[in-house]
Structures are given as C-alpha cells and as structure tokens.
Ligand binder design. Structure first.
Ligand code: WT7
Length: 633
C-alpha cells in the first residue's frame, strides 16, 4: 500500500527526497500498485511544449487497482455507502466484491453497445452509485469518461458532447436535489437535438421512475441491459499515458476547455494524496460532499479512496435538505471519520445557526477538509470549533481541475494549521511565487503569482483537441513553469495562503466560471449591445457575479429586462452562472485600444468607488460618474 507519512520528520524527509530525486520518489510510490508491465522510464520532463509523461511504457488498468487487487484482502468491506436525498430512505452499501461485479456488468453492457477503448462517453448524472459504477466501467474497457455537472444547461451539455465527439451519453431519468426533482433525460434529449451527431446511444438509469420521452433507436434502459450482463470482464490493458478522462472547466477566455488526465500518473498521485491528506486508516468512513461533476468528485470520492481501499460515501442531496442539520446528521449516523466539503457550504450552514452542530454527535470526526475557494477567517473558526471541536484539524486543500490532485495543504495531526492558510506543499510539489515579470520571489513574507516549477504525476497533459490552448493557457506565461492563475502569499514561516484568481475567472460557491462565458451568454439577448462581468465579495457564495449591461435602447422596465437576461444565462450555461446583480449602463469604460477596463468595474462592484485609481487613460472617462451613480448595493 502507498506510503503514509505519520510524523513531521517523515514529511520533511519525504519532501526532501521528492525534490532531490523526484523520479526515485515517484517510482517508489508507483511500485505499490499492480502494473501489467513495469514502466521503462519514470519521467519525460518538458514544460515548454509541454510534453510531460510519467511511467513511460508502463501498462495497467486503474480499475484493477481500485477493485480487483482489494478483493482478496477486503472483498467484503464496504466500498461505497450511498446516502439518499431523502433522510428517511435507507442507505445503500456496496462491498468491493459487489462493486467489482457491478462495474463488470456495466462494462460488458458498454461493450455490447459498441463502446471500446478510446471512445468518449459523456455523463450527465445525479449523485447515485451508478455514476461511480459507470465511470469505472469506462475505465475498465479503456473508454474515456467526460462527466458534465448535471446543473449545466442543454446548450452547455451539447457544447461539451460536440467538443469531445462523445459516442454515448449516460444519464438518469430525473435527478433529486433537495426539494426539487430535475428532469435530466429531457435535458439530454434537448442537447442531442442540437446537432450532437456523434451520439449513437443514450443509456438511462431509472432513478425516480418519472415519465420520460423514449426513442427506441437511441435510448436504452440500464436495467434492461446492464442487469443482464455477466459479472466478469477482462480489464483493457492501458498505457500509463493513455487518456483516463476529460473534464471541462472554465478559463479566462473562450469556451470551457477539456482538461485531459491520463491513467498512470493520476492513479499514483490521487492515491498518495488521499492517504496522506486525510490520514485514512483501515475501517475509517470517509465522506466528501462534492459532486462527481467536478474534479473533487473524481479524485476524492471515486478514484483516490477506492485506490486506497477506503470506504467512501456518496451523498445525493444538498446541505440544507430537509434542514441545515443534514450534514451533521449523516456524520453522526455513519460515524464519519473524515469529512471534506466546500467553504460555501460551511458559510451557508454557519448562517443557519451558529450553535446548530451542537445537537449532533460529531465525536467520530478526525479530519475535516475544505476545498474549492479561499475560506474566510470566520468560517474557518466556526468549522474548527463547532464541527472539528478543535480536535479534528482542518485541511484547507488547494488544487485545481488541472492539477488532478491536492497540491498544497496541511497534513492533519502532523503539520500545524493556521486560519485561511493552505499551508505546505505536498511531497512532489514545487510551488514558486513570481512577480509580474516572471522573477522568482525568494524567501518568506512575499506575495506573487503562484506557479509550479516541476512536473507532478497527475498534472493535465493537454486540453482535448487543442494542445496549443493548453500551452498558451498554462505554460506560456512564464518560461518552464506551470502557471496556476492564482495569486498567493508566503508567510514568515513558509506557509502558503491562496488569495484567489488573478485572471478573469470567478469562483461562485466553489464553481469556476469564466467571465467571458457569462458575457457571451448575456450578449445572446437581442436587446444587449455589450456586457462586462466581474466578481465581487459575497457572504455565502464567496464571490457573486456582477454584470454591467449596455442595451440597444433605453431600458424602460429594468426588472423585466433583468429577468430576461437571467433566463438567457440559464439557457446558455445553467443557473449557477446567473448574475446576482445587473447594472444597466450607457457606456462601458474603454481604453484607447478599445478594451474594457475591468479594474474600474471590479472596484465599483466591490463598493470601493474611492479606489478607482487612474482613470485618465480611458477613452471615455466621463462614464465613470455614471457607473458610480448607478452602482448596485
Ligand atoms: C481554483 C480551481 C480543486 C477542486 C475544486 C476546484 C480555487 C481551490 C482552494 C483553496 C483557495 C482555492 C483556486 C483554484 N481554490 N481550492 N483551498 N483555497 N482557493 O477546482 O474548479 O478547478 O478551481 O479554485 O482559485 O485556482 P477548480
């Protein structure tokens, strides 16, 4: 089993080794897995093209490491506990043996439908065990999963299906989220009708039993195919650098891009980080509340925990249903040992009642985690006191879709914690802070642009179908560096504090949204000339979305126009991208080269109108007064 650091001394030792001899360090980790053929060389290190490869020539199947290798030692141990949206419904438990059988049946069903190695399969699914089963089934046969968060609109889904040319879509009939039931299958139907010609079949899991429209030429019921298949399926032998999955994420420009992760390095890194960051011990119950539509769900609900032979919980619902005690109730019910959630959920639950968690027995918790956005000081202390009881340390984990796994984090019970600090790099991670000219800021007590200067096994390899985009986005800003898009501070003791994005990406409730995408959506409204979108601090969501909209003609009924804009954004992207505030303007502030000066718009949205700085370089400085006067509280 992958090495687990248990003391501060071991952390320093592992870190030192990982920097002095990265290849030796990662080869040692990799050797704890089952390989069909060992790698010929450990690393190709090219951060410029970029062309990074790990465990070159190695052959494996990640599902043999998630499932088969555990059967002998823990076949009857629970692999997945599923907790329903409805508090009164019983939990579902699957042992490793049962999970392997289900994965194999699903893999056989996919093969029977003509899905094979290298084919892309799109997922649009609720948080039910079948999403894990089907993702692993893809990995079993070498098909590439592309999971799309089921809160995205039909348009957004169609765009992603087309970009990856998916041959199949796997969905459910409906999706229960809190008090709502969302018609998933009909969104898929709509997406497919938008010219997704690559899709041959839609595999539908009956989750609620609600009525759906059915096309017998395309649609297949899960229970009519998967359930009839044999429970044995040979795992496809994959190259370490074969694609495992694509996951779309937003950037500062253009459409979302498909981040590509490969089999070998992702496997080694997610298992290593899961074992260490959560200090998982045999018998523990681990719960990450993320959705599988995001990287956190991929790496720390499914792959990392299963690789480590853990018991991982999946939760179908939302934090506030039926009430704000649901998380704590579930922790108590299952005696959860490691709990991993997002600051936005922490803030929402904190707002629901400062003392609320006191009514529950949270004594089983040993580690509590935070991910997705900076956690503010008040939320950190509440989490520490009311949930962790100052006994279970907070791991504030910094990472990204592109990094595949956790990069900077405290190690619980090993390194210290400090409010709002992601703290220390994990072994194998070499962060640096740069000034805007690319000069490395050495020493402590500095603030700059966060880059990583050496490859790590689970880093993205490319952006699907567009390698140049990967290069320009991440590797072109600074020579021989991976640029994260985040700004960070290093304190007097070398701990990192992530400040947030320095590009045009905003983080709304831990969801990453490109301002350009929201602008494109708003501009679809025929009454809109142009728009500019910025983030502003929001008590619960972390950041809210503030849109400045210039209309073709005078806006008579602002409320009505706002509603129409929200509808367009919901249709183009999904409800998560709806602006919180829309200010109608006569002009947007432009530089002489015609670029929108966002700095000014950000300051106004933040309510810092006295800090606009130099506005004299604007082409239209007179617009500033109007913008200030119309600013929304
Ligand atoms: C961006 C990546 C990593 C899984 C979920 C988000 C922000 C992430 C933290 C943290 C401060 C954080 C960064 C990063 N972020 N974790 N612990 N503290 N900021 O993945 O959607 O790819 O977003 O989330 O800005 O760049 P993602």
């Amino acid at each position: 089993m992958t090495l687990q650091i248990r003391s501060l001394e071991q952390y320093h030792e592992a870190y030192r080794k990982s920097v002095e001899d990265p290849e030796g360090f990662w080869a040692e980790q990799a050797s704890t897995f089952v390989w069909r053929k060992k790698w010929d060389s450990v690393l190709k290190n090219d951060f410029v093209t970029p062309d990074v490869q790990w465990f070159i020539g190695g052959k494996l199947n990640i599902t043999e490491n998630c499932l088969d290798r555990h059967i002998e030692t823990r076949g009857d141990q629970i692999a997945i506990i599923w907790e329903s949206n409805e508090a009164h419904e019983p939990s579902v438990k699957l042992t490793y043996r049962e999970l392997l059988a289900e994965v194999n049946k699903c893999a056989n069903a996919l093969k029977a439908q003509g899905i094979g190695k290298g084919d892309r399969v799109c997922f649009y699914m609720p948080m039910i065990p079948q999403v894990a089963i089907a993702m692993l089934a893809c990995a079993r046969i070498g098909a590439i999963h592309s999971v799309v968060f089921a809160g995205f609109s039909a348009n957004a889904l169609a765009e992603r299906i087309k970009d990856a040319q998916c041959k199949m879509v796997i969905c459910s009939d409906y999706n229960r989220r809190g008090p709502k039931t969302i018609p998933v299958k009909s969104v898929v139907d709509e997406a497919i009708s938008m010219g997704c010609d690559s899709v041959e079949k839609v595999l539908v899991y009956k989750s609620t039993g609600g009525k759906v429209k059915w096309d017998p030429n395309i649609d297949i019921w899960w229970h009519e195919t998967v359930d009839n298949m044999g429970a044995e399926c040979q795992a496809e032998v994959m190259d370490a650098e074969d694609m495992l999955f694509i996951l779309y994420t937003s950037g500062s420009t253009g459409k979302p891009k498909g981040v590509v992760h490969t089999c070998g390095g992702y496997m080694v890194y997610t298992c290593y980080t899961f074992r260490n960051v959560f200090q998982y011990q045999d018998g523990d119950i681990y719960w990450c509340t993320a959705d599988v539509g995001w990287i956190t769900g991929h790496s720390y609900i499914i792959y990392g925990p299963l690789l480590a032979g853990a018991t991982t919980m999946m939760f179908e619902g939302v934090p506030g249903h039926p009430d704000a005690g649901r998380f704590w109730h579930v922790c108590e019910k299952h005696r959860v040992n490691q709990f991993y959630t997002a600051p936005t959920a922490i803030r929402a639950l904190m707002a629901a009642g400062w003392h609320a968690p006191e009514g529950y027995d949270l004594s089983s918790l040993k580690v509590i985690g935070s991910v997705g956005e900076p956690i503010n000081e008040e939320a950190w202390h509440w989490y520490d006191e009311k949930v962790g009881h100052k006994r279970a340390p907070i791991v504030d984990t910094w990472w990204q879709t592109e990094t595949g796994g956790i990069m900077i984090t405290p190690l619980p019970h090993i390194t210290d914690t400090k409010p709002c600090f992601a703290s220390y790099p994990l072994p194998g991670v070499q962060p640096v802070l740069l000034d805007p000219n690319g000069v490395e800021l050495e020493g402590n007590s500095v603030e700059g642009l966060l880059c990583i200067k050496y490859p790590w096994p689970s880093m993205l390899r490319t952006t699907y179908g567009d390698h140049e985009r990967c290069r320009t986005n991440y590797f072109a800003a600074f020579h021989n560096m991976y640029f994260t898009g985040d700004g960070a501070k290093r304190d007097e003791d070398g701990r990192y504090r992530i400040i947030g994005r320095v590009d045009d990406v905003i983080n709304v409730s831990g969801h990453r949204i490109g301002t350009a995408e929201v602008e494109d959506a708003i501009n679809q409204h025929s009454g809109v000339v142009e728009s500019a979108v910025v983030g502003y601090p929001h008590d619960i969501k972390g950041q809210g979305i503030y849109a400045y909209v210039k209309a073709h003609s005078e806006v008579v009924d602002e409320d009505h126009f706002r509603k129409e804009i929200l509808d367009v954004v919901t249709k183009e992207i999904g409800p998560i991208a709806k602006p919180d505030k829309i200010q109608f303007v006569l002009q947007l502030p432009k530089t002489r080269s015609g670029k929108i000066m966002r700095r000014i718009l950000r300051k106004i949205a933040e309510g810092q109108t006295d800090q606009l700085g130099d506005t004299s370089t604007l082409l239209n400085p007179e617009c500033v007064e109007e913008l200030k006067a119309g600013a929304l509280e």
